[in-house]
Design a protein around this ligand. Structure first.
Ligand SMILES: [Zn+2]
Length: 330
C-alpha cells in the first residue's frame, strides 16, 4: 500500500486549548491513525496560533501516512462560543480572542472546508458518536474540570443555541445571590463544584487549621492545588479532601438533575479532568448517580443511564473531525 492510498480520505480534528493544541487524523472508518500536539502560545498572537494549528494538522496527516492532500475535512474545537453558521469565535477568554473568523481564516490557508465549534459541544458530539453516547438518541454531556461545561445532543442534533452559547450548565443557577462566578454572575453551579471551587474549599479548611496531606502535596502553595494533588489525597483517604469532593459532587449532581428535568435525555455522560476522581473512588460515582436521581422527577429518570465519558483527552479532537464530516456545524 502506498502512503497516499493509506492516507486517502482523512479527516482531521483539532482541539485548541488554552495551553496546548492537539490534532488527530481519522480515516473513513473513524480510526485514529495520526496525532500531534504543540503549545498554543496564544500570547504570540493570532497568526502564530493559526500557523500552529496548520502545522499540527500537517503532522497528524503525516502520522496517518498521508499529506494535507489526503485530508477531505477539518474540524476545530475552541474554548468559547462560536456563532452558528459562521465558524466565527465570538470570544475565547483563554486565548484572548474577540470575534475571530477561525473557519474562514483556516479554510483560506488550507483550501478546504473547515468547521469550527465550541470545544465542549464538539467533545459531547465525539462521545455521542464514538464514545459513551453510542446508541443513545439524546445525551447531556457534562465536562467537570477547572470550570463546568456542557453539551447537548437532542435527537441526533447538536444544540448550539442562537449565539452558540447553549448547554452552559456551569452557569445555571445553584444558589440565588451565592458565590461570585468567573462569568461575573452570582450563584452559578461552576462556582460551587468546578476544580477551582474545590481547591478553594480545601484551602479554606486548611487555613482554618484542619490538617490535610494537600499541604505537603501542593508544596505549601494553597492557591494552586492541581487535580493531580487532589487525586493523590483522595487515594490516601484525606478527610479534608474527601469532604470537599463529596460536597462538590453533591452540587454537580443537583445541577445535572435539574438539567435532566429540563431536557429529558436518555443518557448523561460525565467527563473532564475532575471526573477522573469518580473512577478513583467508585463509591463517589454511585453517590453522584443517586443524587442526580434524587434531584430529578422520577419520570424523567426512568431508563436514563448516567455514565463516565470514554474518549478522555481525545473527545474534542475526535468530535471536531466527526462534526466536520457530518457538516452539522458551521
Ligand atoms: Zn457563571
Amino acid at each position: 500500500m502506498t502512503a497516499e492510498a493509506k492516507g486517502a480520505g482523512l479527516m482531521i480534528g483539532v482541539d485548541v486549548g488554552g495551553t496546548k493544541i492537539c490534532a488527530l487524523a481519522l480515516n473513513q472508518k473513524h480510526e485514529v491513525l495520526g496525532r500531534s500536539r504543540a503549545k498554543t502560545g496564544a500570547e504570540d498572537g493570532l497568526d502564530a496560533v493559526m500557523e500552529r494549528i496548520e502545522q499540527c494538522a500537517i503532522e497528524a496527516a503525516k502520522g496517518a501516512g498521508g499529506t494535507m492532500k489526503d485530508v477531505v475535512r477539518l474540524g476545530i474545537g475552541i474554548p468559547g462560543p462560536v456563532l452558528p453558521g459562521t465558524g466565527t469565535v465570538i470570544f475565547a477568554p483563554n486565548l484572548g480572542w474577540d470575534t475571530v473568523p477561525v473557519a474562514s481564516i483556516m479554510s483560506g490557508r488550507l483550501k478546504m472546508p473547515v468547521m469550527v465549534g465550541n470545544d465542549v459541544n464538539v467533545g459531547t458530539w465525539g462521545e455521542y458518536i464514538m464514545g459513551a453516547g453510542k446508541g443513545a438518541k439524546s445525551v447531556l454531556g457534562v465536562f467537570w474540570g477547572t470550570g463546568v461545561g456542557g453539551g447537548i445532543v437532542l435527537n441526533g442534533k447538536l444544540l448550539e443555541g442562537k449565539n452558540g452559547t447553549a448547554a452552559e450548565i456551569g452557569h445555571t443557577l445553584l444558589k440565588v445571590g451565592g458565590r461570585k462566578c468567573a462569568c461575573g454572575k452570582r450563584g452559578c453551579l461552576e462556582a460551587y463544584c468546578g476544580r477551582l471551587a474545590i481547591a478553594a474549599d480545601i484551602g479554606r479548611a486548611i487555613r482554618k487549621g484542619q490538617t490535610s496531606v494537600i499541604t505537603e502535596l501542593a508544596k505549601g502553595n494553597l492557591n494552586r492545588i492541581a487535580t493531580g494533588a487532589i487525586r493523590k489525597a483522595l487515594v490516601r483517604d484525606d478527610a479534608v479532601v474527601c469532604k470537599a469532593i463529596r460536597r462538590a459532587s453533591r452540587y454537580l449532581a443537583e445541577g445535572i438533575g435539574s438539567a435532566v428535568n429540563l431536557l429529558g435525555p436518555d443518557r448523561v455522560i460525565i467527563g473532564g479532568g475532575v471526573s477522573e476522581l469518580l473512577e478513583v473512588d467508585p463509591s463517589l460515582m454511585t453517590y453522584v448517580q443517586s443524587k442526580i436521581r434524587k434531584r430529578s422527577i422520577q419520570e424523567s429518570m426512568r431508563d436514563v443511564d448516567i455514565v463516565l465519558a470514554k474518549l478522555g483527552d481525545d473527545a474534542v479532537a475526535v468530535g471536531a473531525a466527526l462534526l466536520a464530516e457530518s457538516g452539522t456545524v458551521s
